[in-house]
Design a protein around this ligand. Structure first.
Ligand code: SF4
Ligand code: SF4
Length: 239
């Protein structure tokens, strides 16, 4: 009889312990989301952010692409297609931008004032025309040579971990296509890119681009808007 009563007591006790946990969690903020109906969860405080360096959709900061084709050559599944026309010898469109890597993991993209070849990191570095990795409108704004002072930033040399030097852009890029339906997200193409213009988005935008039609996964970048010329206009080819 004693055993019978003890069993009833244990049964009730364990149910109450379980209910206590359930009731406590009932008043805690949600950690699950009704995805995809609720897709702005990245902004909510109780959720971990997408980690920096996550390999999402590829993005090319096309104005800084020098057309070297290293990414196309190294891609194991041939998902990058590049066609370009080299400028006549001695000519260039512009210099690619500097990418300044800070010791805290952040990156700043802009043009370092003066030469970037022999930087003295004992002194502050001033960057102008600061832009973002993924802002196409900012690209256009920058090329309009905006004198906006907000795009200038001075940073202490001590904060800098490394700097990507500028490269002359000597190719008109007629085609730069990435077929993300083939991509296996290995990241090799971004590793070899000398200007670091090719990156993988580590934001929600870099994850949410699925489609029922494979053709929608071919992303095209071109410089036509920046060249300021009609698409049908012939480009003078190099000798
Ligand atoms: S991430 Fe890998 S598979 Fe995808 S385009 Fe780059 S090299 Fe090719
Ligand atoms: S490696 Fe970089 S700079 Fe060279 S073609 Fe590819 S994206 Fe452009």
């Amino acid at each position: 009889m004693d055993k019978y009563i003890r069993n009833i007591y244990k049964g009730v006790y364990t149910v109450l312990v379980g209910m206590r946990i359930t009731i406590r969690q009932f008043f805690e903020p949600n950690v699950t989301h009704q995805y995809p109906y609720e897709h702005d969860f990245e902004k909510k405080q109780n959720v971990r952010e997408i980690p920096k360096g996550y390999r999402g959709q590829l993005y090319n900061r096309i104005e800084d692409c020098i057309g070297c084709k290293k990414c196309e050559m190294i891609c194991p599944v041939d998902c990058i297609t590049i066609e370009g026309t080299k400028l006549p010898k001695g000519e260039q469109l512009w210099d690619s931008m500097n990418v300044v890597h800070l010791k805290d993991g952040r990156e700043i993209i802009g043009l370092i004032e003066g030469s970037d070849k022999k930087l003295n990191l004992d002194e502050p570095i001033t960057l102008t025309n600061i832009t973002s990795r993924q802002g196409t409108q900012e690209v256009v704004d920058r090329l309009e040579e905006s004198g906006d002072e907000n795009r200038t930033q001075t940073i202490s040399g001590e904060e800098v971990s490394r700097v990507v030097t500028r490269n002359p852009v000597v190719f008109y890029l007629d085609q730069f296509d990435i077929d993300m339906s083939l991509c296996m997200y290995c990241g090799l193409c971004t590793e070899v890119c000398p200007t670091e213009c090719l990156t993988m988005k580590d934001t929600l935008e870099g994850i949410e681009y699925s489609s029922f039609d494979r053709n929608d996964l071919i992303f095209e970048f071109d410089k036509q808007e920046m060249y300021g010329k009609d698409e049908t206009e012939e480009v003078e080819a190099a000798d």
